[in-house]
Structure formats: C-alpha cells, structure tokens
Write a protein that binds this ligand. Structure first.
Ligand code: SF4
Length: 506
C-alpha cells in the first residue's frame, strides 16, 4: 500500500466478491425499512468530534463536491465541505486536481440519476490515471438499494457510497476508503437523528440556508424523499434562532429556512406546541433583512403562519406553494391529502392577508390516468391563481414509490404536448405579472454579476423576481433600489436609482 500523509491509501480494487458486502460488511439500504415510522424519540446529537489522526488526513490534498438536486443537497454539501476542511483538505473546482471527488446525488427524477451514472463513466479514466483518487457517491440516490447494487456491480471506480444519514461519518468513511481494498458502503435506512454540531463551510456570504427540519412523512405516491431522508424531525427553535443570528452578525442579507415540508415544523415536538408560524415570528425579531422558507405543503399551511407572514417586516412576500395538480382525483392518486377546493381556499386566505404575495408552484403533468379534462383543470387552476412562476415536470415513475406500480398510461407525446400548453399559459401570466412592475421602484438584493454580461449586476426582489441592472461591483451583497424599465417572462431590467445599502423592504 502507498502512503498518503500518515494514512495508507489503497491500490486500485482488483477483485470483488459482492456477496460479501451483503453478508457482513454492510446492511444494504432498504426502502421498506426506510418507510417505517416508529415512536422512537428523535435523538439530537451534539457529540460530533474529530479524532486527531483524522484532522491531518487531508493535509496537502483537495476535495471536489458536485451537487445535484435541491437546496437540501446544497446544505449537505456545505456541511461536507466543513468536515473536509476540518480534516485538512482544501476545496477545488477542478476535478483534475482533486484527491477526493464526491457526487452528492438527487433521486427525484430518473433523468437526474442518469446524469450521475454518466458522470461516473466520465471519471473512470481519471481514476485509472490516479489510482489514489477517492471517488464517492452520496445523497439521495445512495439510499436506494437498486442504485447501490448497480454501482457495486458496474462502477468499480467508485470507492465509497454513503447515505444521507451518514454524512457525519464522512471522516471515518474516508479513512476506511484509504485503508480498504473494497468499496466502502455505509447507508443507514433509518428514521433519522439530528446532528447539531457539524462544521460547515457556507457558499458565499450574502444568502444562507438554514435547515429547520429533516425528512418527510407525507409519502406522496410519486416521491422518493420519505424513503431517502427519513421521518420528519424538527430542530429545536433555539438552535435555529442561534444559527440565523450568527448569519445576521456575519453580514448575511437573506436566510432561507429549509425543509422538505416546512409547514410540518414542530409537529414532532412532544414537550410543546410550536409551529412554523411561531418560528417565523421569532425570525422577525432578528436583524437580517430577508427571511424566506421552502418548501411548503398546502396541507399543513395554517392560519397562524398566514397571520405572522402578513406582519411583513423581514418576512418576504413570496410563497412557494406546490400544488402538483388541479384535479382532486389526481391529487388523491398522488396522496397529496388536499383537494383543489382546499388549495384554492388557502390561496384565497393568503391573498387576502398578503395582497402583494407572489405565489409560485410545482406542477406535474401526465400522472397515471390523467385525462384531457383533468389536465385542463390544472390549466384553469393556474389561470385562477395567477402564479408568478412555476416549476413544471413531466411525470416519470421512480422505482420504489407507490406510483411506480400504477400503469404509466399517458403517452409521452401527450405528456409533452400538455407540458407545452401548460408552460405557454404560465409564461403568459408570468410576463403580465412582470410587466406590472414597469415604472415601479423595487429593492434588490445584489447577488453578483449577470452570467451573460459581467457589466450587469443581478439580484432578487423580496418577491423573488430577478432584476438585472448596471451598477458598480461594490454593491454586491447590499440591497439597492432599482427603477424597473423593462420586463421579460423571467426577468426585470432597470436602472440603479441610488446607491442604498442595507434597506429593509416593508
Ligand atoms: S411532501 Fe410529498 S412531494 Fe414533498 S417531499 Fe414529502 S413526499 Fe415528497
């Protein structure tokens, strides 16, 4: 074995006996086990600690993490970057110079999974060239037994696979990967704990993500998340408040509270009645200009939350409220646990309490059994709600979910045609919503240079509109006023009105 720092590294794997993994080395992930929801209390662990030998393991080496999927994965990547840094590694954005490459994967759509398998293929020559390179797969895909089996059988360039519940074990997994000749696989199919004291390296210093809860108990029939992320478990409010205060003290301008179903926040507390509305009320008292939250589930969105959001202040007037479909029968097949009527009632309450609220949503077309009439109900709902924007998807079955057992009976051509019609309707509404901003003055959190033109700055309004304008770079990270002169479907353009920094939108 070769030496690397003071830890021996392994040679390329030459032979594998897959059966041995399943017998002794590890428990394969199990979607069936991951579905179980017991009564066991959530453990909040604050005992993360790094042994001395692990603190030197990465000295002189570099790590590279490629993140797929949602903000939850971005959050996990920041934590893993924090752990790598504590181990002495330095970050790199160049795979060629990396000593460890991690693919933090997303399981939400088959397409996302195929991208990861493609990427693993691309990395093979690099691994052959640099046998000491460690390649790891983590994130939601690694919680699926079919994925783990496929990697074990086909992708011997992979050195380690670990799951979403095993992130805090990254140092031990890396050490084992250096020492072992075999692929290291550690994926726990469990309901989940909360590990509070993990290190973290945040991306940027303008906008921060703060996880308020983990997991999901909704079990929408098309979704794999409840199996890959465990049961709903909320962080204690004091830990969240402290984290947001810390960001505020460090000059962050915006924080987004994260969870797969943030409206269920606090439902798992046994010692108190405390929900997202209460938490948002605490956020109002923190001196940070903007607070967002995502993702909402209409079923758990309660009146108290609406009441608190209506107070405004640093609570932004943008609500992402995934509807998924406009027909109650399809919603039932999706197990969304609300009807069209209930959703529309909720939208009505939000609009009444927060008249300028910008609503965005997620929509799936072509779910099993969707008829033309049912699809048209999605179109009519979209027109009724007048969304500012929407993420739209063609339904594709995810292995292991209940919907995958339904017959996927809407032909792809029909799905595509419906998606086109839906997007055309949504785009028309988005454009007219954006045009209403022309000639108004908006407050923009300047996030950086525009990707298309470095002379142009870009940022968001509190209602989440993208605004592009010309201005000096030192404004990045501040909130400025912009006079809107032009509107497109996705963006607004305008002129910098004055160099205001630190303005809070009311
Ligand atoms: S609420 Fe439904 S769609 Fe959202 S993460 Fe949970 S199961 Fe998936």
């Amino acid at each position: 074995m070769k030496e690397s720092g003071d830890v021996p590294v392994k040679d390329m794997k030459d032979h594998k006996d897959y059966a041995s993994y399943f017998q002794s080395t590890y428990q394969p992930p199990s979607l069936k086990d991951a579905k179980k929801r017991g009564k066991e209390a959530v453990k909040i662990l604050k005992d993360y600690d790094l042994e001395e030998d692990l603190k030197r393991i990465g000295v002189g080496k570099k790590f590279y993490i490629r993140t797929y999927g949602c903000q939850m994965n971005e959050h996990d990547t920041e934590v893993m970057a924090g752990i790598f840094t504590e181990m002495g590694y330095e970050p790199t954005t160049d795979v060629q110079e990396a000593n460890v490459i991690l693919l933090n994967t997303c399981a939400i759509r088959e397409n996302a999974e195929n991208k990861v398998f493609g990427e693993l293929g691309h990395l093979k020559p690099l691994k052959l060239e640099k046998p000491d390179l460690l390649i790891g797969v983590c994130g939601c895909m690694s919680q699926e037994e079919s994925v783990v089996t496929k990697i074990l059988q086909t992708y011997d360039q992979v050195d380690m696979i670990f799951g979403t519940h095993n992130i805090h074990r990254l140092p031990q997994i890396i050490k084992e990967a250096y020492l072992s000749k075999e692929m290291v696989v550690e994926v726990w199919s469990k309901e989940g704990d909360i590990v509070e004291n993990l290190p973290r390296v945040r991306k940027g210093n303008i906008q921060g993500w703060v996880n308020i809860m983990y997991g999901c108990d909704k079990f929408c029939t098309y979704c794999i998340v409840p199996y890959t992320r465990g049961k709903e478990r909320s962080r204690r409010p004091e830990d969240i408040i402290e984290e947001v205060r810390h960001l505020a003290r460090n000059g962050y301008q915006e924080v987004t509270l994260l969870g797969q179903n943030v409206n269920a926040y606090g439902k798992d507390f046994e010692d108190m009645e405390y929900g997202l509305g209460d938490l948002m009320d605490e956020m109002r008292k923190i001196d940070i200009p903007r607070v967002r939250f995502t993702t909402s589930h209409p079923r758990d969105f309660d009146d108290h939350l609406i009441e608190v959001l209506a107070k405004g202040g640093n609570l932004v007037e943008h609500i992402h409220l995934p509807v998924q479909h406009g027909n109650s029968e399809i919603l039932k097949l999706m197990a969304r646990k609300y009807t069209r009527e209930h959703y529309m009632e909720l939208v009505g309450k939000i609009k009444q309490a927060i008249p300028h609220a910008a609503l965005t949503t997620d929509i799936i077309v072509g779910f099993p059994n969707e008829t033309e009439e049912q699809f048209e109900e999605t179109l009519s709902l979209v027109k009724e709600v007048q969304y500012d924007a929407a993420y739209t998807f063609i339904y594709s079955p995810r292995e292991g979910t209940p919907a995958a057992k339904m017959i996927d009976n809407v032909p792809l051509e029909v799905k595509k045609e419906r998606l086109q019609r839906l997007n055309a309707t949504l785009n028309e509404i988005s454009l007219s919503k954006n045009e209403a901003y022309i000639d108004s003055v908006v407050e923009v959190l300047v996030e950086g240079e525009s990707k298309k033109n470095p002379d142009v700055l870009t940022g968001h309004t509190s209602s989440n509109k993208v605004v592009n304008f010309r201005g000096p770079k030192h404004l990045i990270g501040t909130i400025v006023k912009v006079h809107v002169t032009d509107a497109k479907t996705w963006t607004l353009r305008g002129n910098l009105l004055e160099e205001t920094a630190g303005v809070i939108e009311g």
